[in-house]
Design a protein around this ligand. Structure first.
Ligand code: CIR
Length: 265
């Protein structure tokens, strides 16, 4: 018997006109072309639609500079959603509107202070959540995640990250059982038996890829690493997010993608 494929939802949020005041950790501030950033973000949403997602745009948050990077505000699992407590204080007000939307689909849990957790540090591979210990996510936040996610059948493995913003700046899933990785920022031994594909050494920031179904959404700016993925037979759709990259954003952070499964009432 063929089971119906669940509908995929992609939550996004428009780019804020205040993005030029975004948080920056590893990059120097550069002017961001707001119009171009909006255009590139729309192309990104179109790619998600072409890959079968229904894009749900949250209301804009013009006064919250980093609000387009919705990934950091929540983690959606099969049976629940965990609303994070972002490490950057300026980003904490982003979570309430995301919680209001996700509450339509999942039972909600919240990370509580003083723990911190950013969605960009949470890499889910099957029933394992690799959780980056970074400048944004701490052990207290990860312990809370372990407690909640454990009740839904997930195990949590903390992974130290250094040299980059989030765990998913250093490693993301690109195929079943396979990660794209920059070993300079994360210890590959933490990922056990997973198959590891290295970024090209000339493209250290190229490890952030967004897997939807079997297709990887990938930035145009890393052609050498892209060729490595193509050689592995991985289907790709490339997108230009150069303006959001100036705000330290990449392809995973602009959406929260999950299978629709409304909360039973
Ligand atoms: C920040 O520093 O919080 C934003 N400027 C960039 C967040 C990018 N998020 C992500 O990669 N998950």
């Amino acid at each position: 018997m063929n089971l119906p494929t669940p509908k995929m939802i992609a939550l996004t949020r428009p780019v804020s006109p205040s993005i030029e005041r975004c948080e920056l950790t590893h990059l120097s501030r550069e002017p961001i072309d707001f119009g171009l950033a909006e255009e590139q973000h729309r192309s990104y949403e179109e790619i998600l639609e072409r890959l079968g997602c229904e894009v749900r745009r949250l209301d804009a948050e013009p006064e919250l500079p980093d609000a387009v990077f919705v990934e950091d505000t929540a983690l959606v699992l099969e049976g629940c959603a965990i609303i994070t407590r972002p490490g950057a204080v300026s980003r904490r007000p982003e979570t309430s509107s995301v919680a209001a939307e996700l509450g339509r689909y999942r039972e909600l849990h919240y990370i509580e202070g003083p723990g911190t957790l950013d969605g960009g540090d949470l890499l889910v591979v099957d029933r394992t959540i690799f959780a980056g210990v970074s400048s944004r996510s701490d052990r207290g936040g990860i312990e809370q995640l372990r407690f909640v996610a454990g009740r839904y059948g997930y195990r949590v493995r903390p992974v130290e990250v250094s040299g980059c913003l989030h765990l998913k700046s250093a490693a993301t899933q690109v195929a079943p059982g396979a990660l794209l990785i920059n070993r300079r920022w994360v210890d590959p031994a933490r990922f056990g038996a997973l198959d590891l594909i290295d970024v090209d050494p000339a493209e250290p920031t190229g490890a952030n890829a967004l897997l939807i179904g079997r297709t990887v959404v990938y930035p145009e700016t890393f052609p050498l690493t892209r060729d490595r993925l193509v050689q592995r037979g991985i289907p790709l759709k490339t997108v230009d997010l150069s303006e959001l990259a100036k705000a330290e954003g990449a392809v995973t952070c602009c959406s929260i993608v999950f299978a629709e499964a409304p909360v039973a009432t």
